[in-house]
Design a protein around this ligand. Structure first.
Ligand code: ADE
Length: 230
């Protein structure tokens, strides 16, 4: 999968994809992330990409022309399954959306800044608007990094058995169970006996019960909530 990210501060995206699982996904040629500096595509002088909003009010708005030039160029080169705009007024991103996008085609992600982007770009090009939660970030870059990470690790072949996504929280609308490693007795706190039993069935049952208990305690909204289903 190829993901093109459009930003006015592309440096913010230097590190999130350069390490760990995102790096491995790219090394294995399962994921390609390309970050584009919008200033490179502006037809205006001195790299101008934003301007005051019509009607007045505080905050700059990213101009439509540079965005249209870059989006047109990218769309002429390939077809995108979705053109996503990161914005706090978008649909709240979740595991179910990540699953779906990880199995689809190439993605373009537009990061807003300041007051956002000209509405006409949203009307003409954007096919999906995503928020990562009910709070406002200074730009869409960190949100885009979150979305790309969540999607990237789900691309078939990216995770190995040890890091398998199947046992993650949310994959079956349940939170993941507690995990333990050595030592078996940590400062008087033992590992639950079930995990030490060597009995696969006992272990699976214990994990399932813990998952259900955790979900009921912490996120009862996940249980019986169709929105989060597959
Ligand atoms: N840009 C600013 N805040 C955001 C958020 N919460 N989600 C996605 N993009 C954003």
């Amino acid at each position: 999968m190829r993901i093109d990210i459009i930003s006015v501060v592309p440096k913010l995206l230097d590190s999130p994809f350069a390490h760990s699982i995102m790096k491995r996904a790219q090394d294995k040629n399962l994921l390609e992330v390309h970050c584009h500096d919008l200033r490179t595509y502006t037809p205006y002088r001195q790299g101008q990409v934003d301007d005051y909003q019509f009607g007045g009010g505080a905050g700059m708005v990213i101009m439509p022309e540079p965005l249209a030039i870059l989006i047109d160029k990218l769309q002429a080169e390939r077809t995108y399954a979705e053109i996503i705009f990161m914005t706090p007024d978008g649909k709240t991103f979740n595991q179910s959306i990540a699953n779906r996008l990880s199995l689809g085609g190439d993605l373009m992600i537009i990061c807003g800044h300041y007051k956002g982007i000209d509405q006409r770009i949203r009307d003409k090009y954007v096919t999906m608007e995503l928020s990562i939660g009910d709070y406002v970030l200074s730009g869409g870059e960190l949100a885009a990094a979150v979305v790309v990470d969540a999607i990237g690790r789900l691309i078939p072949g990216v995770l190995n058995d040890e890091t398998s996504a199947l046992s993650d929280s949310f994959q079956d609308n349940l939170l993941a169970p507690p995990v333990y490693t050595r030592p078996q007795d940590f400062r008087g706190m033992p590992v639950p006996a079930e995990l030490m039993s060597g009995n696969h069935k006992v272990i699976e049952e214990w994990r399932y019960k813990q998952s259900v208990q955790r979900t009921l305690e912490r996120r009862p909204d996940l249980m019986g909530d169709e929105e989060h289903g597959h």
